[in-house]
Design a protein around this ligand. Structure first.
Ligand SMILES: [Zn+2]
Length: 342
C-alpha cells in the first residue's frame, strides 16, 4: 500500500507554544516525521512523493483571503519593527462580525485561533505539501487502491475554512474528503485523534454530503473547549451529519472501541462511498498530552475494526507527539488495518 509524503513538510519547525500561560517548546516537531515514516515502512508501505497539485484542492475547503494570509503573512510580519521571528497573534475578535482587518497584526488575530500555530518562513510550503500528500492519497484511492496513507505534517483537523489553530494550517482531512467527492456522492470522515476535529466539523457543518464523526477526550476540560460536545449535530441541510463522541479522560481501549462501534452504526446508516480516517495517535496512554489511555495493541484493534467497514479509505495523519512508541503505534494501526495484507 502507498504512503504519501514530501520532504518540504519537514521544514516547518514551530518554536513558540503557550500552555496554561507558560512558554513551552512546541510539541509539533519535525522529528515526528522520522518516527511516522519508520512506522509506515514497518507496516510494509511504500513512500511516494505527491506531485504539486496547485491551490485547487486546497481552495475547495479554504477561503481565498485565508490562503493569501497563510502565503504572505510571514513576509509582512517581518516588516513590523521589532516583530518576533514567528507570527503569533496577540489580539482576537471576540465575535467575527466586525470588519476584516487590513494590518498584519489584525489579520493574525482574525485567522489564528490560538498561539499553538506560529507561522515561520517555511510554514506555507510545509502546509501546502502536507495537503498535497492528502490529495495524492485520495487520488490513489480514486484510482482503485483500497486504501492509502497520507503522512500529513503539519496536521490539519483544527484548521477551519479561514482559521488556523492547534498546530494546524490547512485541513488535510477535509481536503482529502473533498477530493474523494469527485467520484463519491457521500464521504464519511472518522476522526480518532485525542482532540476533537473542530476545524473539520466547522468546514462541513452545514453539508449533508460529508458526515463528520469524531471520538475524542471530552472538551469540557480539554482542548478545543468550544467544540466537540455531543449536542453539536450540524446545521441547516447538514443537521444530523455531525456526530461527536466525547470520552471521559483516561478512557482506555475498551471504552474507545465501544465508542467506535457507536460511530460505525452512524457511518453505516449514512452509507458512504468512501472514508477518511483522521488518524491522531495522541490518544495513546504515553502521549505527552495524556488525555486518553489507548495502548499500542489498542491501535491495532482500532485499525482492524475500521477496515471491517470495507470502504475505500484515505488515512490522514493528524496528531501524535514524540514518545518512544510513536512509530510502533502507527505500525500497529496500519498493520491492524491490513497494511501487510494488501
Ligand atoms: Zn490531537
Amino acid at each position: 500500500m502507498k504512503a504519501f509524503y514530501a520532504e518540504e513538510q519537514k521544514r516547518h519547525d514551530p518554536k513558540a507554544f503557550l500552555s496554561s500561560g507558560t512558554a513551552q517548546p512546541n510539541p509539533e516537531k519535525p522529528e515526528r516525521v522520522e518516527r511516522l515514516l519508520a512506522g509506515a515502512l514497518s507496516a510494509g508501505f511504500t513512500i511516494e512523493r505527491p506531485r504539486n497539485h496547485g491551490l485547487g484542492p486546497v481552495s475547495a475547503v479554504h477561503t481565498p483571503e485565508y490562503l493569501d494570509f497563510l502565503e504572505h503573512i510571514y513576509t509582512r510580519w517581518q516588516r513590523i519593527d521589532g516583530a518576533s521571528a514567528e507570527v503569533i497573534p496577540n489580539i482576537h475578535p471576540i465575535a467575527r462580525n466586525g470588519s476584516y482587518p487590513a494590518s498584519a497584526v489584525g489579520q493574525a488575530g482574525y485567522h489564528m485561533a490560538d498561539t499553538a500555530c506560529p507561522i515561520s518562513g517555511e510554514t506555507w510550503q510545509s502546509a501546502l505539501w502536507s495537503a498535497w500528500s492528502a490529495v495524492g492519497a485520495a487520488e490513489a484511492v480514486i484510482s482503485g487502491a483500497p486504501a492509502a496513507y497520507a503522512l500529513c505534517r503539519p496536521p490539519g483537523h483544527h484548521a477551519f475554512a479561514d482559521v488556523a489553530g492547534g498546530f494546524c494550517f490547512i485541513n488535510n482531512s477535509a481536503v482529502a474528503a473533498q477530493v474523494l467527492r469527485r467520484t463519491a456522492s457521500r464521504v464519511a470522515i472518522l476522526d480518532v485523534d485525542l482532540h476533537h476535529g473542530n476545524g473539520t466539523q466547522g468546514i462541513f457543518y452545514a453539508r449533508p454530503d460529508v458526515l463528520t464523526v469524531s471520538l475524542h477526550a471530552d472538551p469540557v476540560r480539554f482542548y478545543p473547549f468550544f467544540w466537540g460536545h455531543a449536542d453539536e449535530r450540524g446545521e441547516g441541510p447538514g443537521l444530523g451529519y455531525n456526530f461527536n463522541l466525547p470520552l471521559p479522560r483516561k478512557s482506555a481501549d475498551a471504552a474507545f472501541l465501544e465508542a467506535l462501534a457507536v460511530a460505525f452504526q452512524r457511518i453505516r446508516a449514512f452509507s458512504p462511498d468512501a472514508l477518511v480516517v483522521a488518524l491522531g495517535l495522541d490518544a495513546f496512554e504515553g502521549d505527552p498530552f495524556g488525555g486518553l489511555s489507548v495502548t499500542t495493541p489498542g491501535f491495532s484493534r482500532i485499525g482492524e475494526a475500521i477496515a471491517k467497514l470495507g470502504l475505500p479509505t484515505v488515512i490522514v495523519q493528524e496528531g501524535g507527539y514524540l514518545c518512544d512508541e510513536l512509530s510502533d503505534n502507527l505500525t500497529a494501526f496500519l498493520t491492524g488495518f491490513g497494511g501487510k495484507a494488501r
